[in-house]
Design a protein around this ligand. Structure first.
Ligand SMILES: [Zn+2]
Length: 150
């Protein structure tokens, strides 16, 4: 297991920037016997040093997979799952606000979208929030439910 972990950190097969930037730190952790596991979803090494470490260890997931699997069960009415620039995006419409309101998503940029099956109901908002790109290997947990109008 230790050899596999050292090889993983050295080769960094998933191109993880955190590992790339802190290789020696992770090698030290492995050498001194710190806890780690390999994510059963994506194969990434996980040292489980976060507040949710028990959950990561129990489920043998990495932080990223754990987050997205959780999010797949938290789709709300204002959650938009869309394809954008070739990626599956997780967006939330915080609800249109009067112009000039501070603290809006995407700096108050205007968005138009419709929910699938409701093409004639174009919704405009100036308060869209980006939850992130859904990792490709977890796309099957999400259903595209909206289309962004440009
Ligand atoms: Zn993972």
């Amino acid at each position: 297991m230790k050899e596999r972990a050292l090889k993983y950190v050295d080769e960094n097969p998933l191109g993880d920037r955190t590992i790339e930037m802190n290789k020696e730190h992770y090698i030290k952790k492995i050498e001194r016997g710190d806890y780690f596991h390999f994510c059963k979803e994506c194969g990434a090494i996980e040292f489980a040093g976060y507040v949710n470490e028990k959950d990561l260890i129990d489920k043998q997931q990495c932080f990223n997979c754990n987050l997205w699997i959780k999010r797949s069960g938290e789709i709300k009415d204002n959650t938009l799952i869309v394809m954008r620039n070739g990626k599956m995006d997780f967006l939330s419409d915080g609800g249109a606000q009067p112009p000039g309101t501070g603290g809006l998503g995407f700096g108050g940029a205007k968005w138009k979208y419709y929910k699938l099956g409701e093409t004639e109901n174009i919704i405009e908002t100036n308060n869209m929030w980006h939850g992130g790109d859904i990792p490709e290997h977890l796309h099957s947990l999400f259903t595209i439910n909206a289309v962004i109008e440009v």
